[in-house]
Design a protein around this ligand. Structure first.
Ligand SMILES: Nc1ncnc2c1ncn2[C@@H]1O[C@H](COP(=O)(O)OP(=O)(O)OP(=O)(O)O)[C@@H](O)[C@H]1O
Ligand SMILES: [Mg+2]
Length: 380
């Protein structure tokens, strides 16, 4: 039934058709009345106004269960019913639903006395309509309650998002602290002990070797804990594992552990791009170890529309004039081949930043990036 036809009624224009459709379309409404004829009438009204999902009950004893499984946004609830009347249903709902769940109730009643309304209001009903039903009034009241419900749902969503953000930040902080304090300390100790081994008696050397092994194992376990905090660790032979192995290997030459951070679905990176990432990271870290005199290195792999690898160190920075080597040129041509870009820049705070970016094939919205964008940028 097209409710616009009901505009002949004197107050029909009060329905704000511009704002109502979406509210109704996304709503689930539960109709409860012991009289099947009333249920049918209300269902027709709601369906005609475009309500997305409608469920109905003539047995009021089933309302609580239906709310727990179907999660309505609004309940149209008859006041006078056999077995359990509307007020008893409301009281039961309040006792069973979580206290922070807000499901508005529009009470349906032929009883216009003040006493009936007070009972219903006291039990938690938000609004009333009296029988016989006026279609426009029913829809206006339903719309107002759905608007309140949708604000509540939006607030819940934001709260959940905020909680998730706080959790992620917390995890990142823990991962950072673990890396920067605990791992670096263990790493330094292991390195120190290792350098003593050739200088001491065999028995002591063996004892030192086993201690260094224990420290190495502890570092590995901690690294895994850090990756678990940052997202799925993945199989040891997977890309995360391979990048981690490159970082670990570089730690030996650097004398400290680079920090590695993943952001986004690393597991969706195609294997040929993964191979290039591993090679580029190895070259970038070997440059840091050979040329930079850095004391810290941060490696980040971000995956969204593009795959971006950044290697940032706090060393002396790249000189304006560079001679000989093939490392930087190789990284640039690896990016170029994949339609991506490469840049090496000195950071204002000191040290160099290498950025290697290629388009992510798995990203469905991928736009073609202008190719041959490889470049070398020096900033003072
Ligand atoms: N992280 C860095 N910090 C400081 N200087 C750097 C860094 N990365 C590169 N450089 C400078 O850029 C030059 C060129 O690097 P490139 O990797 O192309 O060659 P290379 O390391 O000298 O030789 P190859 O990589 O072929 O063994 C280096 O010689 C060095 O002077
Ligand atoms: Mg090099």
């Amino acid at each position: 039934m097209d409710l616009r036809l009901a505009a002949q009624a004197p107050h029909a224009g009060l329905l704000d058709w511009a704002s109502t459709p979406e509210l109704f379309r996304e709503a689930r409404v539960l109709v409860v009345d012991d009289l099947a004829a009333n249920v049918v009438l209300l269902q027709r009204m709601l369906a005609g106004a475009g309500v997305g999902e409608i469920s109905s009950l003539t047995d009021s004893r089933l309302v609580v269960e239906q709310c727990q499984t179907w999660h309505p946004d609004l309940i149209l609830l008859d006041l006078h019913m056999p077995n359990m009347d509307g007020v008893a249903v409301l009281e039961m709902l309040r006792a069973t639903l979580a206290p922070d769940v807000f499901v508005p109730v529009l009470m349906l009643t032929a009883d216009v006395t003040g006493a009936a309304r007070e009972r219903a209001l006291a039990a938690g009903a938000q609004d009333f309509v009296t029988k016989p039903f006026d279609r426009v009034e029913v829809l206006l009241r339903a719309r107002n309650l759905l608007a309140t419900r949708s604000l509540y749902v939006e607030m819940q969503r934001r709260q959940e998002l905020q909680t998730a953000t706080v959790l992620t930040r917390d995890r990142e902080r823990i991962a950072r602290d673990l890396h920067d304090s605990v791992i670096q300390q263990l790493f330094g100790e292991a390195l120190g002990l290792h350098s003593f081994i050739p200088l001491v008696q065999k028995a002591v050397g063996e004892r030192l070797t086993s201690t260094v092994d224990v420290l190495d194992q502890a570092i590995k376990d901690l690294r895994m804990a850090i990756f678990a905090l940052q997202g799925p660790v993945g199989a040891p032979g997977g890309l995360r594992g391979r990048l981690l192995a490159v970082v670990t290997e570089a730690g030996g030459a650097l004398g400290f552990e680079p920090r590695l951070q993943f952001d986004g679905p690393v597991e969706t990176i195609q294997s040929d791009i993964g191979d290039e990432l591993v090679n580029v990271l190895r070259e970038a870290l070997s440059n840091v170890a050979q040329h930079s005199k850095a004391r810290r290195v941060r490696v980040a792999v971000e995956v969204s529309r593009d795959i971006v690898l950044t290697v940032i160190d706090d060393g002396i920075g790249v000189p304006a004039e560079r001679f000989g080597g093939r490392g930087l040129a190789n990284m640039a041509s690896r990016a170029d081949r994949l339609g991506g870009a490469f840049a090496v820049a000195n950071r204002p705070a000191g040290g160099a930043a290498v950025t290697w970016t290629v388009p992510h094939e798995a990203s469905s919205e991928r736009q073609t990036t202008s190719s041959s964008a490889s470049r070398t940028v020096d900033t003072p």
